[in-house]
Design a protein around this ligand. Sequence first.
Ligand SMILES: Nc1ncnc2c1ncn2[C@@H]1O[C@H](COP(=O)(O)OP(=O)(O)OP(=O)(O)O)[C@@H](O)[C@H]1O
Length: 260
Amino acid sequence: MTPGEVGLSVTNVTDDIDGTRILDGLVFGAPAGRVTALLGPNGAGKSSLLRVVAGIQRPLSGTVHFEGDDLLAMRRRERARRVALVEQDATTELPLTGRAVAALGRTPHEALLGGHDPSSERHVTQALTDAGALPFAERELPTLSGGERQRVLLARALAQQPRLLLLDEPMNHLDIAAQLDVLGLLARLAADGVTVFAAMHDLALAASHADHVVVLSHGRVVASGPTAEALTPDLIHEVYGVRAAWTVNPLTGKPLLAIG
Ligand SMILES: Nc1ncnc2c1ncn2[C@@H]1O[C@H](COP(=O)(O)OP(=O)(O)OP(=O)(O)O)[C@@H](O)[C@H]1O
């Protein structure tokens, strides 16, 4: 698939939880080999949508295609070879080392009848390195700080070698340098052909690092498109009730979204 073509395609996705409509007729596309930020206020439905796309939560109706294939109709193992999700504050009480957690990402690629794959260890070490988690590889997960755990969970997703990487607030727990580090990694993954779809809260960081945005409000898509076109000050005011203006970042010379 050529970068920029629609990679992820969501059509008429609707879902309820306990009789309440959480996702309401969502229709949007996210370009292949690009970083798309999923934005929206608390409770807008971002995590729910990511869980639907990842195949964890089956929607009431609608379809989800990736690179032309129906993700919801796929067997779980096949889907796991294509799609990885880094959940928000995933369970972290497992007494497993960082390396063991990252190695879980290899499961969908392992032979069903066992057998050692010699390349697996190499993929795990590479994933730990790319996610900046190598220093924590031999430490048990419950002993790690929030930001360190976040990097290990990212390593697990990278070890999965997904074509579609879903992330739920990947910058959560990370200091600003680490946030920029992860955003740089997401851009490199996208340049390598991975479609990245990440829920984010920091509008300014999303504005400067995402190629494309999808904005949810009350379970509906209220904007979707290339970042500078879709993320207008009016839209931001309507959705978040704050003022915003596009300006130029004096450090980088690139567009900067100022929030006031
Ligand atoms: N298990 C559940 N039971 C009841 N309501 C739920 C459940 N999970 C989510 N919801 C509700 O669904 C709506 C969407 O939640 P979701 O977590 O998808 O939003 P979000 O955009 O990810 O929010 P945040 O930015 O706060 O993480 C919210 O109103 C939430 O209260």
